[in-house]
Write a protein that binds this ligand. Structure first.
Ligand code: HEC
Length: 166
């Protein structure tokens, strides 16, 4: 009985925290999320085409946190980290309440938005697998899927003005 009560209490707590979570308004516009998260991390992945991932994350000279902590994560782990960041960013593209830079809502309810986001999720998942396998040919090839996922959505929702409209 005691165990049951505790389980029930935990269940209620879980529901309460789940109910509170979505009330936090996103702080970044869609463009800001792209510039802050998708852009830098996808560039790391695209580098696999032209540079050997074993050389990624070298120690940099100089002061400041970026230089001081450079060289801690190196090699294929840098690729893994970027693939994970990109994969997790897919959730951020579905968050309700975010706006585009022009003030229009992110078109999360359009039929093709979620499939575009899903393509990004799948491509970044495939990148993660290739990085974990340290397979440069496969990783290089998979960057095309990542670029394609960015491009397909941009063709429809970014590059045809006004942005973020069907
Ligand atoms: C599901 C749709 C979608 C996907 C997937 C997507 N984007 Fe975007 N992206 C947009 C939209 C829409 C905008 C315009 C946002 C705005 O105006 O606020 C944008 C804007 C951007 C910008 C900002 C451009 C500027 O004005 O400075 C960058 C950079 C960017 N995306 C990079 C990427 C990269 C890199 C990827 C893939 C790894 C990607 N995006 C995937 C929809 C998408």
């Amino acid at each position: 009985m005691r165990v049951f009560t505790v389980v029930c209490a935990l269940f209620v707590l879980t529901i309460a925290s789940a109910a509170q979570a979505p009330t936090q308004k996103p702080v970044g516009s869609l463009a800001q999320v792209m510039r802050g998260i998708l852009f830098p991390n996808s560039n790391i992945l695209f580098d696999v085409q032209s540079k050997d991932p074993d050389t990624f994350g070298k120690k940099e000279e100089g002061s400041g946190a970026s230089a001081s902590f450079s060289g801690i994560y190196t090699g294929w782990q840098v690729v893994e980290n970027a693939a994970i960041a990109l994969n997790e960013s897919a959730r951020l593209l579905m968050v309700p309440g975010r706006t585009c830079e022009n003030g229009r809502p992110v078109p999360v309810n359009q039929k093709d938005w979620a499939p575009f986001v899903e393509d990004l999720r799948k491509a970044s998942q495939a990148m993660l697998k290739a990085a974990q396998a340290k397979n440069r040919d496969l990783a290089s090839e998979t960057t095309n899927d990542v670029a394609g996922a960015c491009e397909n959505c941009h063709t429809k929702y970014r590059d045809a003005p006004p942005r973020c409209t069907p």
